[in-house]
Design a binder for this molecule. Structure first.
Ligand code: CA
Length: 229
């Protein structure tokens, strides 16, 4: 379950929110001033911060600004009723949402759920960008590694790069020259046969190994990885 940090100097409010959150199953951490809040937001391993604006030490706005320099943790600001300047300043500093006091606890709980979900989706999206998938075949681009199902393929650097290029150009027939230029670099003036040799290695390691047909030959052109029709 997620851990929520409450930064609030009014002990009664902090305690009330803490009890409600714990009742919902959250772990809760409390900070009673701005400096402690900043420190805990960055180092206590919380998943979301409920941050009051009027705080001793550092204001909530300043805490928010400093947290944002280092962290994307979702922040819900608590503002005094109708203080539009505070709301705008909080959102400008990168807060995800705000609530005006006094607030209904159900609404705060709902906003916490929304902010946590949105953050989780964003994090998943960022992770996905570094992956290329083709059926059971998956490339970890940052890690330069390839998997078929759960099994990691032992590809050489060039084999990996060749596969990555073919997958990035999925459904496009790429010529041997294109592959030489993009995978081996422009400085390579060798015979284009080297491409055929490496395609053969890849086919041994993927197509033959898993009894599939991922890399197709396009006669007179080159090679293609094509989506199943
Ligand atoms: Ca306060």
């Amino acid at each position: 379950m997620a851990k929520i940090l409450i930064v609030e100097d009014e002990a009664k409010i902090a305690r009330f929110v803490e009890l409600e959150l714990k009742y919902e199953g959250y772990e809760v951490e409390i900070a009673s001033d701005g400096r402690m809040g900043l420190d805990k937001a960055l180092h206590a391993g919380a998943d979301l911060v409920v941050l009051d604006i009027m705080l001793p030490g550092l204001s909530g706005i300043e805490v928010c600004r400093r947290v944002r320099m280092e962290s994307e943790i979702p922040i819900i600001m608590l503002t005094a009723k109708d203080d539009v300047t505070d709301k705008v300043a909080g959102l400008d500093m990168g807060a995800d949402d705000y609530m005006t006091k006094p607030f209904a606890i159900e609404e705060l709980l709902a906003r916490i759920r929304v902010a946590l979900n949105r953050h989780a989706k964003k994090a998943a999206g960022a992770k996905k960008k570094d992956e290329i998938s083709f059926g059971p075949l998956r490339l970890d681009v940052a890690g330069h590694s390839a998997y078929y199902g759960e099994e990691e393929l032992s590809l050489t650097k060039k084999e990996y790069e060749l596969l990555e290029y073919l997958l990035k150009n999925k459904n496009i027939a790429v010529t041997r020259e294109q592959l030489l230029n993009n995978v081996w670099g422009y400085e390579y003036f060798g015979d284009t046969n080297v491409v055929d040799v490496y395609i053969r290695y890849l086919r041994q390691k993927i197509d033959d190994r898993f009894e599939v047909r991922i890399i197709s030959t396009v006669r007179g052109v080159g090679y293609i990885i094509r989506d199943e029709k």
